[in-house]
Design a protein around this ligand. Structure first.
Ligand code: AMP
Length: 400
């Protein structure tokens, strides 16, 4: 009982075939640089990596090539459904949904909120419907997990009409990852499903943190867009919005230029002037590069401030969970953040911090309540699990 997971971006399409019961990934890959002469299809199957040039291929040709490949592997007939990652579900979706024409219309209505992501997500859905007629398709939304936030957490202190007219509110992102790792953490930390206070830190090129109370998101750091919150690879995270007008005036650029710089030229890259990649920053800081050191210091400091803030809606902290490329791999960031948060009762276990990571999940503190854990995220598996659950539910209800 396999699921094809699709994540279509503007110039790429990631895919994986997963058996949610065994949690096995049978094949995974990415079609990238779509629309260019360098377009290619890269995939991993049975432990070996392969690549194929697809010069000039767009999403359509790339997905057809993926289907052909899956057919050759004998996987097409094993598929029970297709799970699509959809970035912005606005207030329309509080959970994963079987895709119908009504659902497609609602995703279209969310395009103003996710102008970069929702159109390619929709394209993926349309192509998959054409390529796999009759196979159930499920939409899994990055924002859905955060729809349980109360008004006090999602309402910005701005003119209230902005919420009513333009949908200006906190939506939050990375919901599939936060939901997955929070669930995994319960089992690891022995926390009851109906009584836990967990903060999850998804730290990658884009980063966000979430307060999870008894399985529900009650607050999160990203907002209307993924620009808000903690410092990221190229995004500033939360800053004074008046910076935009100030820089536009002083620098003779437009406000859009300044906003673009907050998205693409800020964060680790902006402060260090070197790179958005934490590995480069850590290495340069170790070699005495002052601005790389400053970038690293701000990253850990701002992150710790946001994490501490997320304890407010929880009232207590049972577990802090690190995930994402940085959360799973950077022993340095984890140690420094835990040191900042020592006042909460967290104490780092240096050996456990060194040995845990992407391939070995577990506790990295000597303290057990609260404790900090590393849990590798697996958004594709979560999408596959949701898809099977919904497909099976739909099959049962159509039998009645
Ligand atoms: P993601 O977006 O989740 O793939 O995460 C990308 C980020 O993880 C980049 O900033 C990488 O530098 C960082 N990262 C990956 N491996 C390591 C590592 N071994 N040490 C520190 N950072 C890492």
């Amino acid at each position: 009982m396999n699921v094809l997971v699709l994540n279509c971006g503007s110039s790429s399409a990631k895919f994986a075939v997963i058996d949610p019961q065994t949690r096995r990934e049978l094949v995974s890959g990415i079609a990238q640089r779509l629309g260019s002469a360098e377009a290619s299809l890269d995939w991993k199957h049975n432990g070996t990596r392969q690549t194929r040039a697809l010069p000039g291929a767009g999403h359509d040709a790339a997905l057809r090539a993926v289907v052909e490949m899956l057919r050759e592997m004998g996987l097409v007939s094993s598929l029970v459904g297709i799970g699509h990652r959809v970035v912005h579900g606005g207030e329309q979706f509080s959970g994963s949904m079987l895709i119908t024409s009504e659902v497609v219309a609602k995703v279209e209505a969310c395009i103003p909120l996710g102008p970069l992501h929702n159109p390619p997500n929709l394209l993926g859905i349309r192509l998959a419907q054409e390529l796999f007629p009759g196979l159930p398709q499920v939409g899994v939304f990055d924002t859905a997990f955060h729809q349980t936030m109360p008004p006090v957490a999602y309402t910005y202190p701005v003119p209230y009409e902005w919420l009513e007219r333009y949908g200006v509110r906190r939506y939050g992102f990375h919901g599939t990852s936060h939901r997955f790792v929070a669930r995994q953490a319960l089992a690891l930390a022995g926390l009851p499903a109906d009584d836990h206070a967990v903060v999850t830190a998804h730290l990658g090129n884009g980063s966000s943190c979430t307060a999870v109370l008894n399985g529900r998101s009650v607050d999160t750091t990203m907002g209307l867009t993924p620009l808000e919150g903690v410092m990221m690879g190229t995004r500033s995270g939360s800053v004074d919005p008046a910076i935009i007008a100030h820089v536009a005036r002083q620098g003779n650029g437009t406000e859009q230029d300044a906003l673009d710089a907050l998205n693409k030229k800020s964060g680790l890259l902006g402060v260090s002037g070197l790179s958005n990649d934490l590995r480069t920053i850590e290495q340069a800081a170790g070699e005495g590069h002052a601005r790389a050191q400053l970038a690293l210091d701000i990253f850990c400091y701002v992150l710790a401030k946001h994490l501490a803030g997320l304890v407010v809606p929880l009232g207590r902290l049972d577990a802090l969970v690190f995930t994402g490329g940085i959360g799973e791999n950077s022993t340095l960031v984890r140690r420094r953040v835990i040191e900042h948060l020592g006042f909460l009762g967290l104490t780092i276990d240096p050996d456990a911090n060194d040995t845990h990571g992407r391939h070995h999940q577990g506790r990295i503190t000597t303290s057990t309540r609260p404790q900090a854990l590393v849990v590798p995220t697996n958004e594709e598996l979560m999408i596959a699990m949701d898809t099977v659950e919904i497909v099976q539910g739909a099959a049962v209800s159509s039998e009645h």
